[in-house]
Design a protein around this ligand. Sequence first.
Ligand code: NAD
Length: 256
Amino acid sequence: MDAYAGLFRLDGRKAVVVGAGSGIGRESALALAAHGATVVCADRDPAAAEESASMGPGLAVYALDVLDGEAVARAAEELGPVDVLVFTAATNVRKSLLDYTAEEFERVVALNLRASFDLVRAFGRGMAERGTGSIIGFSSIRAVAVEPGQGVYAATKAGLVQLLRTAAAELGPSGVRVNAIAPGVVETPLTAQIRAVPEWSDAYADKSALGRWSRAEELAGAVVYLASDASSFVTGSQLFVDGGWTAIDGRYTPPS
Ligand SMILES: NC(=O)c1ccc[n+]([C@@H]2O[C@H](COP(=O)([O-])OP(=O)(O)OC[C@H]3O[C@@H](n4cnc5c(N)ncnc54)[C@H](O)[C@@H]3O)[C@@H](O)[C@H]2O)c1
């Protein structure tokens, strides 16, 4: 019985959260620290990371732009042995495929996919050498369900899932677990554009079984779970935290 009381504890573990300056990354960092981990809040916006780090004990700051591949490799060296890597940094340009420019495509792919690739490789190598680690990336409901205007974002999120599954396959024999979390719609700066349009915002709320948006802190439990020994046999998975969005069709509720 007693062993289960500490199932989600992360005492003595070191976590790096990339994107910790805002939204889901910030709440992930705070939750990991609350469960005993020492947490590095990494972000390209050091002031935002500083604000996150000031919200609790056990949190430090590291300035990192993941678009700089060399800086990612340097971070993995400078930060020393890391037990948990969480990365949330991503961007979206909401436009139809026919209107997308090549530059916009490159920008979304560079952050959502290329930087994830660099992070997994940079931190996964040391984890594999040490024989332990948990890597957690953020996909999206858009990895499996699309709507007009989400094409490139959706492609990067589906691509990320396959990248993480492959990392799970390749690093699993070395004791490293790799998983994705797929949020539904979450109130963060990333979705401010949507929430500014009541019709759009309400339609998204209605689409989930719970009839509302989620708050960023509602993703924190999934992060702690996947970081901790509570998920010691979970790898290569995609955990949906979407309020039921992907479970239901939602176009019409037939009369009962
Ligand atoms: N918010 C949602 O509704 C939602 C839904 C599904 C999936 N997601 C996914 O969850 C993740 C987190 O989303 P969020 O809403 O918390 O985002 P957010 O925009 O609130 O936070 C992203 C953070 O990443 C940082 N960042 C951006 N570019 C960076 C770079 N080059 N280097 C380092 N840091 C950088 C930003 O400074 C910011 O602190 C993303 O992968 C997103 O695609 C979000």
